[in-house]
Design a binder for this molecule. Structure first.
Ligand SMILES: Nc1ncnc2c1ncn2[C@@H]1O[C@H](COP(=O)(O)OP(=O)(O)OP(=O)(O)O)[C@@H](O)[C@H]1O
Ligand SMILES: [Mg+2]
Length: 231
C-alpha cells in the first residue's frame, strides 16, 4: 500500500491516484507566473487546515512579507499559522548558509513539520556553480536527508519560456540544471496557456513514481480561491 498525501488542489488528487506519495520528492516546474508559488502555498495551507500537517517554507530569495501578503489575496492567513507554530518560514542566503540541512532539521523537529516546500531549487544548482557532478551528488544528498525526516517535499524549479510537453524528447530542461528532474520522484509542469482552447492554463504530470497518473495536460485555472482543476 502506497500512502498518499493530498495536495488539496481542488480536482488534482484524483489525477494522481489520491495524492503525492508520502515522503517523496516532488518537482513543480514551470515558466514565470505559471503558479508554482501559489500551488506551494496552497499545498502547505490546506495541509495544515485539513490534515494538521505542519509546514516549512524554505526560500533562497523571497521576502516573506511579500509572500505572506500575496497569500492573503487568497484568504490564506499564514501570519496566524506562523503564530500558532503550524507553519514556519526559513530564508536562506545559500552562499552564506553552509548548514542548511541542520537548520531545516531543527525546524522540522521543533515544529513537527510534515510538508516542506523549497521555492525555488534553482538557486541550489547555482550554489554548485553549475557543476553537474556536484549538483547531482548534493541534490541526491538533500533528497535523501529530506526523505529521512518523514516529510513530503515540494520543490519548485523555474524554467525560461514554456515547459516542454515531453521530458524524453530532448526538448529542453525542466530545471535550471537539467538534473533534478531525473532524481525527483515526481515532475509536474505548469503551463501559462491552456491546451486546445480548454482552460486558460494547464498542469501536467510528467512522471510520478509508484503512481498511475493522468498523462496529458489537464486544464487548470487560478482564481480568487487559488489554483483549481477545471472539468
Ligand atoms: N487573484 C488572482 N486571480 C487570478 N489569477 C491570479 C490571481 N493572483 C495571481 N494570479 C496569477 O498567478 C500568477 C502568479 O502565480 P505564482 O506567483 O504562483 O507564479 P510562479 O510560477 O511562482 O512565478 P515566478 O516564477 O515568477 O515565481 C500571476 O501572474 C497571475 O497570473
Ligand atoms: Mg514564484
Amino acid at each position: 500500500m502506497v500512502e498518499r498525501i493530498k495536495t488539496y488542489i481542488p480536482g488534482f488528487d484524483q489525477h494522481i491516484d489520491g495524492g503525492l506519495v508520502r515522503n517523496s520528492v516532488n518537482l513543480l516546474s514551470g515558466g514565470p507566473g505559471t503558479g508554482k508559488t501559489i500551488f506551494s502555498l496552497q499545498f502547505l495551507y490546506e495541509g495544515i487546515l485539513k490534515n494538521n500537517e505542519n509546514g516549512l517554507f524554505v526560500s533562497f530569495e523571497e521576502e516573506f512579507d511579500n509572500l505572506i501578503g500575496d497569500a492573503k489575496v487568497f484568504n490564506w492567513d499564514f501570519e496566524k499559522l506562523e503564530k500558532e507554530g503550524k507553519c514556519v518560514f526559513l530564508s536562506c542566503k545559500p552562499l552564506e548558509e553552509p548548514n542548511l540541512q541542520t537548520k531545516m532539521q531543527e525546524l522540522i523537529q521543533k515544529y513537527k513539520v510534515k510538508r516542506v516546500v523549497i521555492d525555488s531549487i534553482s538557486i541550489f544548482s547555482m550554489m554548485f556553480k553549475d557543476d553537474a557532478y556536484r549538483i547531482r551528488k548534493e541534490f541526491y544528498k538533500l533528497a535523501r536527508f529530506l526523505k529521512e525526516q518523514d516529510c513530503t517535499i515540494l520543490l519548485t524549479a523555474e524554467i525560461s519560456g514554456e515547459a516542454p510537453l515531453d521530458i524524453t524528447s530532448g526538448g529542453g530542461s525542466l530545471s535550471r540544471d537539467g538534473i533534478i528532474e531525473f532524481i525527483a520522484d515526481t515532475v509536474i509542469t505548469l503551463h501559462n496557456s491552456g491546451i486546445g482552447g480548454e482552460g486558460d492554463r494547464a498542469i501536467r504530470v510528467l512522471k510520478m513514481r509508484r503512481t498511475a497518473h493522468t498523462k496529458g495536460p489537464i486544464p487548470m485555472t487560478i482564481n480568487e480561491k487559488g489554483m483549481e482543476i477545471l472539468g
